[in-house]
Every structure is written in structure tokens, then in C-alpha cells.
Design a protein around this ligand. Structure first.
Ligand SMILES: [Zn+2]
Ligand SMILES: [Zn+2]
Length: 340
């Protein structure tokens, strides 16, 4: 009789029947292994959570009082005969790939990942396995990232230009991941970094977790507009077009996203500047990561799954599309208005 696969795709999420646990389930379960704290991977309502220890404070901030156990990268936990180990995914601080091993069979669930070392989170580490469950958010050849150094040079020059022209500078990126990456790469000789409440709360959670980040100043209703104009504002996507943002005008507004690589994306977000910066692997990154696992089979969970699976099959992989609810990267906790 053929052996039951170590992991199954169910309507609650990726399930390990032998170990009786789920990975990033989207419906409430008893035991959930969480790859990272983004909203489409870390849902509320599970009885028990397991995650990397640098996800701890952000998970508490986003989900409240959950029953959470945390581990380090490379630390192995045993559950019903399944060895569970987390490895760095290089996506955001605390993000992990989940490696499962049972009787010599190895599966790896990537969660979200990027292969470029961003200098902020622990860099992605390829893990050898038989079965690899991968995302492919940017699984099209048009997505090819420039080295981040180049992007941040453009960003710092843009900020300088705005200062010279007496314009406020608003840079938009997700509160977990992009915001810290931007913060750590801004040229602080230009001025102070001001943060939207949602971003500052996330920064505070990370600092509480022992992560050292550059200094930031939370924007409060009392803060002077003239002062803020001499610095730069990091805001989440939910703040775009709100009165909160408009009160800093006149400003130049930049948007950081992998989607900025396609024509029209900047215009659709009404941004003055688009910075192509992503916390996901680009086309080449995905292929190199999958290749490095040496896997027999790849399952694609979200992104351009059909196109990418077809391509992988053409170049000799055994690739399959699976249906999941991942992909809506991040819902910001709290509205833009209550988080000034
Ligand atoms: Zn993510
Ligand atoms: Zn995701």
C-alpha cells in the first residue's frame, strides 16, 4: 500500500495527518505552525501556535493573547514522530520555512521568502527536501529585482530632492517587512524618520523582541507639519489617500512594492514615485531556490501558480498547483484614522 503523504492540502490549510498539526491554516485549528506574522499566514483562533521567536511580539500585537510557543532556527521539535525544524525564509523578521521529517522523508513549506539578503532579517537558507511547497507571488519573468542598494540610493536621492524643494516625503510600504527595510536603509543624515502609528507599533513590538532598529518618531496629532517636512514619513498602504496623509501636503509620495515593476502600477496607486522593492523572490530567485532544494516535487501555493507550474514542468521539475488562501499579503491592524 502506498504511504500516505506527510502533508495534505485541506480546506483549513496545509495539514500533517501523522503529526496532527497545520501550517499557516486559515481556519481555527488545535495546533498551528506559523511561518510568519503576515495576516494571510497568521490567523486568529488557533488553540496552540508555534513560530520563530522573533515573530513573538508582532504576533501578540496582531492577534492578542494567544497560546504561543517559539523556537530558534535549526531547533528541532518532535510532534507525534514528526521532526519539525524552522529555517530562515529571508522574507520578514522572524519568517521561517518549515521542514518536516519522518522516516527519511523530508518536506519543506516555504511560507513567503526572498533570496536577497536584505540586511534586516536572517537570510534565506535553502533546505534539501523531497517535497517543496513554495509560493510564487512573482513567478513571471517580468519580475526581476535590482539589488536593494540601488533602490535605496534612488530613494535617498528622491528624499534629498524633496527636502531641497520644501516638499514633505511620504514613503509607503507594509508595516512588517518593508517598513523596517526602508528604515534601516534611509540616509539618516538627511533628517528624522517619522512613522505612522501602525508602523511604529510594529517597530515597538520588534524592539521589544530585541531587534535593534534605527530611531523613529511616532507621528502624533500635536506634531508640527513643518518639522515633519524636514524628515521623511513611513506610512502603510492603508494610509494612502486618507486625511491623515493629506494634512502633510504638499508632499511627494513614493510607493514600495514588487508590483511597481509592471507598467501602470504607480499610476493606479496615484504615487509620484514607484520603488521596485519586494520581500518575495523574483523569477530567478524562485527558480534558484526551488533548484537548490533538490526536490522531487514542487507544490505552488500562491501567485502565478499556473504559469509558473507550466514553466517548471517544461524545464524538468514535477510541479503542481495547489489551492490556498494565501496571497493577500497584509491587512493592517486598525484603521488609518485610529492610528495617528
Ligand atoms: Zn508574507
Ligand atoms: Zn503570503
Amino acid at each position: 500500500m502506498p504511504r500516505k503523504p506527510l502533508l495534505e492540502f485541506t480546506d483549513r490549510g496545509i495539514y500533517c495527518p501523522k503529526g496532527d498539526f497545520y501550517i499557516d491554516p486559515w481556519k481555527p485549528v488545535d495546533y498551528a505552525v506559523i511561518t510568519h506574522a503576515h495576516a494571510d499566514h497568521a490567523y486568529w483562533g488557533h488553540k496552540h501556535y508555534l513560530a520563530h521567536h522573533l515573530s513573538r511580539e508582532v504576533l501578540y500585537y496582531r492577534l492578542g493573547e494567544i497560546n504561543l510557543q517559539t523556537v530558534e532556527y535549526g531547533e528541532t521539535l518532535n510532534r507525534n514522530g514528526i521532526a519539525i525544524t524552522l529555517f530562515p525564509a529571508g522574507h520578514v523578521i522572524g519568517s521561517a520555512q518549515v521542514r518536516l521529517e519522518c522516516e527519511g522523508e523530508i518536506w519543506v513549506v516555504s511560507g513567503d521568502y526572498k533570496v536577497e539578503d536584505d540586511g534586516v532579517c536572517t537570510p534565506f537558507e535553502p533546505v534539501r527536501c523531497h517535497h517543496f511547497i513554495s509560493e510564487c507571488t512573482f513567478g513571471m519573468p517580468v519580475y526581476k529585482w535590482k539589488p536593494q542598494l540601488q533602490v535605496f540610493e534612488e530613494m535617498n536621492n528622491w528624499w534629498r530632492h524633496n527636502l531641497d524643494n520644501d516638499l514633505a516625503t511620504v514613503i509607503v510600504g507594509y508595516s512588517l517587512g518593508k517598513a523596517q527595510r526602508i528604515l534601516q536603509n534611509l540616509d539618516l543624515f538627511n533628517g528624522t524618520v517619522y512613522t505612522h502609528g501602525v508602523i511604529e507599533n510594529t517597530n515597538q513590538a520588534l524592539r521589544k523582541n530585541g531587534v535593534s532598529l534605527h530611531p523613529t518618531e511616532r507621528i502624533t496629532p500635536e506634531i508640527s507639519k513643518e518639522l515633519v517636512r524636514k524628515g521623511i514619513i513611513i506610512a502603510p498602504p492603508s494610509a494612502v489617500g486618507t486625511p491623515w496623509m493629506r494634512k502633510f501636503g504638499p508632499y511627494s509620495f513614493g510607493y514600495c512594492s514588487g508590483w511597481m515593476a509592471i507598467r501602470g502600477a504607480k499610476r493606479r496607486r496615484a504615487a509620484d514615485r514607484g520603488f521596485v522593492l519586494s520581500d518575495h523572490a523574483d523569477w530567478d530567485g524562485l527558480i534558484s531556490a526551488i533548484d537548490a532544494t533538490g526536490c522531487e516535487r514542487v507544490y505552488l501555493t500562491h501567485g502565478y501558480t499556473a504559469t509558473f507550474a507550466r514553466y517548471l514542468n517544461e524545464i524538468g521539475f514535477d510541479a503542481h498547483e495547489v489551492h490556498t488562501l494565501y496571497g493577500n499579503e497584509e491587512e493592517e491592524p486598525g484603521s488609518a484614522d485610529d492610528a495617528v
